[in-house]
Ligand binder design. Structure first.
Ligand code: ADP
Ligand code: MG
Length: 477
């Protein structure tokens, strides 16, 4: 099949044949998800949704890719600095926790841990900073941060396997030169190296890594990729639910954490970022884990550092300079990626932000303190919410953000059970970052790979797990 992209688009049968080849390669590479019907079993699995091909590929200007990679170490430093600055977290979140129960509960655990004294001495951050490319009239798009994920940043495992799939598609089309331009990518290895470093610094040869996940976990293969990398380094991982921790987890007098009688060096959360993931028992389990001297990824303060409210406060004039003193270049690199972010606290500044959003709704996004996709409000829905919240303190649990408008392009989004057709899409680039700190000394600070997710333009919100975006690869130009 050596057809060009243009003729392929005219030929439905050829397009479907190509899609079949792509899907089979994705399955062979392990680009997998459990099914929504059987989320706790791997007996029957399917492929994780992905783009068919890089036809008018998902072009990403090399300069923006480089910029995103370059600023990742700054974001690692920034997250780490925020997590250690209890006064900043308290001040920043004070209005939010009055109205947002979930953030308030996280904050409550943070306060309890601080009061008792932080037992852990090694800190591990595995994060992913997400961006869109703001389209501009002069033709030079700008890199704008959407958010940073400091807990359970996912798809590093599957993103390590998609380059082979897209190279395959291009090779089928005899586009070997283009195929060779698809960047290699291996976030799962880099994330595992971070966990391995933290495990090593914890310093107990028989201790384990405890991966907290739900039993109903469709994205298990993404997590397994990291587990496998750890096992290859003779580091053993056990998967447990919060419920298991509440039943069988314990601390000894030195606050060492034991699970099923085995010592835990590192707790890696792939759960615990949404209110629905916590029962009373799960909150107790989270507190137990946080009180322990095991390395938490992330610890509760680092999870709070990733809230949308913190993101908004970081964009305020002068704040970065205080958090990263003596690092004007890092501050400049960080600030260059910030979009407009606005507090909705019950004050004049908040009133003005609301007035501006109501005057031009298409230019803003309303965001609550939630993770996992599908929570933001746009357009008419945003207007209605703002009208309802306008005079209430509840509005402080949201932030307003400038809406980023990337230039759309055509691609096919392949999903089990969906027809193969070309739709207009936009992409979101994520860069994975890893850092490890021992006491006050930063012993690792790196970027470890990328994730490109692409979605149809009719969806304002939502990631791969939410069923909206699909896995993609940047084609650098
Ligand atoms: P979550 O924590 O739920 O992932 P995000 O802030 O990443 O929240 O928003 C979810 C999705 O909404 C993003 O993946 C992106 O598609 C869209 N989105 C978020 N913020 C903006 C924005 N400022 N402009 C355009 N789209 C946005
Ligand atoms: Mg997101």
């Amino acid at each position: 099949m050596a057809a060009g992209w243009e003729s392929l688009l005219q030929d439905e049968q050829q397009l479907e044949e190509l899609a079949l080849q792509a899907v089979d390669r994705a399955l062979a590479e392990g680009v997998l998800l459990r099914t929504s019907q059987e989320p706790s079993s791997s007996d029957v699995v399917s492929y994780a949704p992905f783009t068919l091909f890089l036809f008018f590929p998902s072009l990403v200007p090399s300069a923006l890719l480089e910029q995103a990679y370059a600023v990742q170490m700054d974001f690692n430093l920034l997250v780490d600095a925020v997590s250690q600055n209890a006064a900043f977290l308290e001040q920043t979140l004070s209005s939010t926790i009055k109205r947002d129960e979930f953030t308030a509960r996280l904050f409550d655990i943070h306060k309890q841990v601080l009061k008792e004294g932080i037992a852990q001495t090694v800190f591990l951050g595995l994060n992913r900073s997400d961006y869109m490319f703001q389209h501009s009239a002069d033709g030079f798009p700008a890199l704008k941060q959407i958010e940073i994920n400091t807990i359970s940043a996912s798809f590093g495992g599957l993103a390590s396997r998609t380059p082979a799939v897209h190279r395959h598609v291009l090779n089928v089309l005899s586009k070997t030169k283009e195929a060779s331009k698809i960047l290699s990518n291996n976030p799962s290895k880099g994330l595992a190296l971070g966990i391995a470093k933290a495990w090593e610094l914890y310093g107990s040869a028989n201790a384990l890594v405890l991966l907290i996940a739900q039993e109903k976990e469709r994205n298990i293969f993404d997590q397994r990729a990291i587990e496998n990398e750890l096992l290859a380094r003779n580091i053993h991982v056990i998967r447990r639910r919060f419920e298991d921790v509440s039943e069988k987890g314990s601390l000894d007098q030195d606050r060492r954490l034991f699970m099923d009688g085995q010592e835990v060096a590192v707790v890696y959360f792939r759960d615990g970022y949404m209110p629905s993931q916590y029962s009373v028992k799960n909150w107790e389990a989270r507190l137990l884990l946080e009180r322990s001297c095991a390395v938490k990824c992330p610890d509760i303060a680092t999870q709070l550092a990733g809230t949308k409210k913190v993101q908004q406060e970081l964009s305020r004039v002068g704040v970065l300079e205080v958090l990263l003193p003596g690092q004007p270049e890092a501050v400049a690199r960080l600030r260059a990626t910030f979009a407009g972010l606005y507090s909705l606290d019950l004050d004049q500044e908040g009133d003005q932000a609301i007035a501006e959003a109501l005057a031009a709704p298409s230019q803003f996004v309303l965001k609550p303190q939630r993770e996992g996709g599908g929570n933001n409000l746009y357009g008419e829905e945003m207007v209605q919410a703002l009208e309802r919240l306008k005079d209430s303190e509840e509005r402080a649990s949201y932030i307003l953000m400038e809406k980023i408008e990337p230039e759309p392009f055509g691609n096919c989004l392949l999903r089990p059970g969906s027809p193969v057709r070309v739709v207009q899409c936009i992409s979101e680039l994520g860069i994975f970052g890893v850092y490890v700190r021992q006491g006050k000394t930063l012993v690792m600070n790196k970027h470890v790979g990328h994730l490109l997710r692409t979605k149809a333009i009719e969806h304002a919100d939502g990631g791969v797990a939410a069923g909206v975006a699909v896995l993609d690869n940047p084609y650098p130009v």
